[in-house]
Design a protein around this ligand. Structure first.
Ligand SMILES: [Zn+2]
Length: 232
């Protein structure tokens, strides 16, 4: 776990099957669509990707410079934990989920400034925190941004959208209309929450291949999987 880059292989990132050779007419459109999907997935996963508009290669994300604050946040957390938080963030591979995560990790507070009158613009401070073993640990802003390898703008975007709507912002980049067969977001969230609540095991044999792949314990059939969700 000493590596500083995100896992380079993930089943979710395998290239979608290319269209059949015979479909000459559709091939051009399919290819650009395919490139878009791959680029977005790679970008949301923190991997190197090609920005299609400019054809420029954007480097893979990696943990940034440690902070120099008195708390020495990186030392406090330890390199291994820093790396785990970084990997956990990017393995979400979904900018909406990442926004929801950021809006929970960063808390904004209005503070009254005694030097200015009550009618002046209220000041807002931000508290940045990471979760280690389910414990909220406050870190400085510099450490927070470095650990996740994100910009302050990315955090502001997540907070702004969450503040306006109370739900995770929907990433509209590159989208025209929602697919007709897409489940509503709240249903998707319920399903996600349910899946995350299931007991998960790692497999000794798969660890070398993908350390993040987890399995349902023996006896968890599809029926058993779906039942608690349907009644609850
Ligand atoms: Zn710090």
């Amino acid at each position: 776990m000493a590596s500083t880059s995100a896992p380079s292989t993930s089943p979710a990132l395998e290239e979608p099957r290319r269209p059949a050779e015979g479909l000459q007419k559709k091939r051009k459109a399919d290819k650009s669509q395919w490139e878009k999907v791959v680029a977005k997935k790679r970008r949301d996963s923190g991997l190197e990707y090609v920005r299609l508009a400019t054809k420029k290669v954007v480097a893979a994300r990696k943990v940034g410079e440690p902070c120099e604050c008195p708390k020495a946040c990186f030392t406090m957390l330890g390199d291994c934990t820093v790396q785990e938080i970084f990997s956990g963030y990017w393995k979400m591979a979904d900018s909406n989920a990442q926004s929801a995560y950021l809006s929970k990790a960063v808390i904004s507070r209005e503070v009254s400034d005694p030097r200015v009158g009550p009618n002046s613009r209220r000041k807002v401070t931000f508290e940045y925190a990471v979760y280690v073993d389910n414990t909220r640990t406050v870190v400085c802003k510099k450490a927070f941004l470095s650990i996740h390898s994100i910009s302050e703008r990315r955090v502001s975007y997540a907070l702004k959208r969450m503040g306006e709507t109370g739900v995770p912002p929907v990433d509209r980049r590159g989208k025209t209309a929602a697919p007709h067969n897409k489940a509503p977001d709240d249903v998707m969230q319920l399903v996600h929450d349910h899946i995350m609540s299931l007991p998960a095991c790692t497999s000794y044999y798969s660890r070398a291949k993908s350390q993040y792949r987890v399995y349902l314990p023996p006896g968890y059939s599809h029926k058993r999987f779906s039942q608690p969700y349907l009644v609850g």
